[in-house]
Design a protein around this ligand. Sequence first.
Ligand code: NAD
Ligand code: TDX
Length: 342
Amino acid sequence: MRILVTGGAGFIGSHLVRRLIQSGRHSVVNLDALKYSGNLENLADLAGHPQYAFVQADICDQKAVHATLQTHRIEGIINCAAETHVDRSILDPGAFARTDVVGTGILLEEARQAGVQRFLQVSTDEVYGSVEQGSSTEGDRLEPRSPYSASKAGGDLLVLSYWTTYRFPVVVTRGSNTYGPNQYPEKFIPLFATNAIDGEPLPLYGDGRQCRDWLSVYDHAAGIQHVFEQGEPGTVYNVGGGNERENITVAEQIVATLGKSRSLIRFVEDRPGHDRRYSIDCRRLRALGWSPQVSFEEGLKQTVEWYRTHERWWRTIKSGEFKDYYQQQYAKRLQQGTACGL
Ligand code: NAD
Ligand code: TDX
């Protein structure tokens, strides 16, 4: 199939684009606005590949989306483009509503009008909200609690409405916290790994006991491709790693892997509205033939090692726009933070 992947220059998108092409079943047009987390270096190995093309455009730009669908005779779409960081959504919620809701709507309507045969929306487990006990199944109520997750829930529901209303063949994946190479170092694991490499403090929010289900980016990309190729139209598939860990445990594993001291960990002021726990039930996708292949312990070690051996990649990022963001997000927190006991 000729697939348009949006947000393909970002973390998950770049792994997905490579995977789709390597499967030998698809060609890919990557449409990305190259916002702060978009980085063409993530796909440098595909430059000039006959099954790959890049278009710099915003999913909110209806004319550019229209032209891309026509020019490349697109048959399927996987929408990864999004504003993705919860902390930034607290600082600038409007940007999230714009891309994650309005942009998704523009892309979806252009896709329907162009007669696209398949539309996959990459959503997130955060749309279920904080889950104190048990695990969310696909039919559960959505109770998003941050501007990020509320915007993702808006996009997710808009996409599903196109099946109900138009029988437009959409599918939705709700993935859990993803980690691996090429993740922008604002997110927990790459931030802590790169700070630890530099001997800088690791800002752990609140009591550090929040729980996330960690999913390797290779398993997430495989899950998205699987649902794109085989998922039932008009339905949702949870994609989780089955690795629920408290943040403090992950932070300790990162410092241990790098041979650094646990005293780098600082307890700092919590994220407002911080979701305590996410947990998803993935039996539906397992029944379709997907299962995660990467163990968290091995995957985390390899990820930390990737950051250790790709300093140029993240130092370029951390010396740019990121510095102002880091200052705004962490300077006061770190001043007031308390060190973790040895
Ligand atoms: P990312 O921030 O690394 O990448 C996002 C990409 O989208 C960037 O390349 C950026 O330039 C592009 N983009 C942003 N706004 C755009 C716009 N208006 N038009 C075109 N391109 C735009 O994020 P990621 O972690 O790779 O996330 C990809 C998708 O997966 C998102 O939809 C996110 O909500 C979802 N998701 C992420 C995780 C996770 O843990 N990272 C988990 C579940 C779901
Ligand atoms: O500095 C930090 N300190 C800290 O304690 C950061 C950045 C995070 N944390 C905590 C907050 C969370 O409990 O670590 C956990 C993970 O944080 P993030 O990496 O910001 O991820 P999260 O908020 O869980 O959201 C992620 O998972 C689902 C992605 O950012 C989303 O794009 C995805 O949809």
